[in-house]
Design a binder for this molecule. Structure first.
Ligand code: NAD
Ligand code: UGA
Length: 460
């Protein structure tokens, strides 16, 4: 059992703290947001993350997980101090490190014994050294400490399982012994642990996020070409992914990537390159494609309803940047809705968990309590976030309740052939054969998550 101070109780800090406690450690989480800490001590969660509430409740009850606003209390017995505060974009697109700086200064003010400071926030290359400098200049007589970079790779919506079953743990430090001690904490996760230098570890995080974002932008570019040429991107992606060198992950064409990480991290990496007079051409293309993709719903609605959308009612299904989270940071829904409103459309929306957060960001959007309420009297529906509950809607009921049966499937969850047969005017993303119905050569189960055609299927 180790003593861990976890600084910042957001998506990463809270999940990491609860998981480390579940692995048998004693974790004290500290945050400057008093309301968050008061609520957590009352059992009220600051975020929606599947399984988190129960994990926290169990570990609080066992006495392994505590919440405080006092750095002194959090660091009193700590062997490790994990920094998991936010690193949003500043106005220039660089990572804003003010919260990391505050956390480093607060650590410097209170430590009275050797502590390993572990940076879990996503921070520009060189930040580990900078954190050490801040601590030393804030308090020249500070006790010995080490800084280790331990970037986090979890995804919102599956954060607990991602934390507990990582593909790898990356650790970087100027002191390999300190990195080894952090490695010990991760041994129960039974995964590959790579130990490298600080800067390389910091770079692995940015390069990984940028690569995943590039994969998505790549398939979205292919989707646009598929639309023009009459091919189906869903099947193209499946065919590509069968090549083990390519793989199936992150090849879902749609409305592009959003959230609290890819947008700021790709931008921050490009900014880091530019500061060093390097020209990150590919990163810029990746961002441009993503920006353009958010215009697809408006273009597709216009193709059915014409350019004048004044007083047309457009229903939006899903607001969060991805399913299973309430996170609205840089959610594609925000730009998509604003584009529709600019054309005069009346927008109404439903999301299973993100409506409260979304209401603060979206003016003039009527929030409804179900997908069916959104569809009632609508001229068009746009699916923006692929929550499971949208996958099996009663589409006949939806169609009957709409003024015109226009359905824009921004995440390709429905089968274009079936939707067209039901009488919808349907447009997905990159589905060049949509609407051709019986012309399609095989009755492919395109929505089963995998195209399941066997030799027998073809012979019958
Ligand atoms: P978040 O905004 O959800 O939470 C940050 C928390 O830090 C807030 O509760 C805030 O009050 C607290 N905080 C700010 N300054 C503080 C200080 N000086 N002392 C104590 N607490 C302080 O952020 P997040 O989404 O959890 O992201 C945290 C970091 O992890 C970022 O660098 C992000 O890029 C990275 N990351 C995020 C994810 C994700 O899925 N959200 C995944 C991997 C990595
Ligand atoms: C992403 C990474 O996947 C995590 O490894 C990383 O830790 C995290 O960023 C981070 O650094 O914060 P997250 O943003 O939570 O995780 O969610 P993802 O599942 O990666 O989705 C990101 C965006 O890409 C979403 O808007 C999603 O809709 C979109 N996406 C994803 C696609 O459009 N197509 C895909 O095939 C996959």
């Amino acid at each position: 059992m180790k003593n861990i101070a976890l600084i910042g109780v957001g998506y990463v800090g809270l999940v990491s703290g609860a998981c480390f406690a579940d692995l048998g450690n004693k974790v004290v989480c500290v945050d400057i947001n008093e309301q968050r800490i008061t609520n957590l001590n009352r059992g009220i969660m600051p975020i929606f993350e599947p399984g988190l509430e129960e994990l926290i409740r169990r570990n609080v009850k066992a006495g392994r997980l505590l919440f405080t606003t006092s750095y002194e209390d959090a660091l009193k017995d700590a062997d490790y101090a994990f920094i998991a505060v936010g690193t949003p974009s500043d106005v220039d697109g660089q990572a804003d490190l003010r919260y990391v700086q505050m956390a480093a200064e607060s650590i410097a003010d209170v430590i009275d014994h050797y502590v390993i400071i572990v940076n879990k926030s996503t921070v520009p290359v060189g930040t580990g050294d900078w954190v050490a400098d801040i601590i030393r200049s804030r308090r020249p007589d500070v006790p010995a400490f080490d800084v280790v970079s331990c970037p986090e790779f979890l995804r919102e919506g599956s954060a607990i399982s991602d934390f507990m079953n990582p593909d790898r743990v990356i650790l970087g430090s100027t002191n390999p012994d300190a990195a080894e001690q952090v490695a010990h904490l991760h041994l129960p996760l039974r995964t590959t642990i790579m130990i490298t230098d600080l800067r390389t570890a910091e770079m692995v995080k940015y390069a990984s996020n940028a690569f995943l974002a590039a994969k998505i932008s790549f398939i979205n570019e292919i989707a646009n070409i598929c639309e023009a040429l009459g091919a189906d991107v869903k099947e193209v992606a499946y065919g590509m992914g069968l090549d083990k060198r390519i793989g199936h992950a992150f090849l879902d064409a749609g409305l592009g990537w959003g959230g609290s990480c890819f947008p700021k991290d790709v931008q921050a990496l490009a900014s880091m390159a530019e500061v060093e007079s390097r020209h990150p051409h590919l990163l810029h293309a990746v961002m441009d494609i993503n920006r353009d993709q958010r215009h697809a719903p408006l273009r597709k609605v216009e193709a059915f309803l014409g350019r004048d959308l004044r007083d047309k009612i457009i229903g939006v299904l899903g607001l969060a940047f991805k399913p299973n989270t309430d996170d609205m940071r840089d959610a594609p829904s925000i730009d998509i809705i604003r584009n529709l409103q600019r054309r005069g459309a009346v927008v109404r929306a439903y999301d299973p968990v993100a409506m409260e957060r979304a209401a603060d960001l979206l003016n003039g959007v009527e929030m409804k309590d179900s997908a069916y309420a959104v569809a009632e009297g609508a001229d068009a529906l746009v699916l923006v976030t692929e929550w499971n509950e949208f996958k099996n809607l009663d589409l006949e009921r939806i169609k009957k309740s709409m003024v015109s049966p226009v359905l824009i499937d921004g995440r390709n969850v429905w089968d274009p052939v079936k939707l067209t047969e039901l009488g919808f005017q349907y447009a997905g993303i990159g589905r060049g054969y949509e609407g051709r119905g019986a012309d399609h050569p095989l009755d492919l189960k395109v929505n089963s998550g995998a195209v399941t055609v066997t030799v027998e299927d073809i012979q019958t």
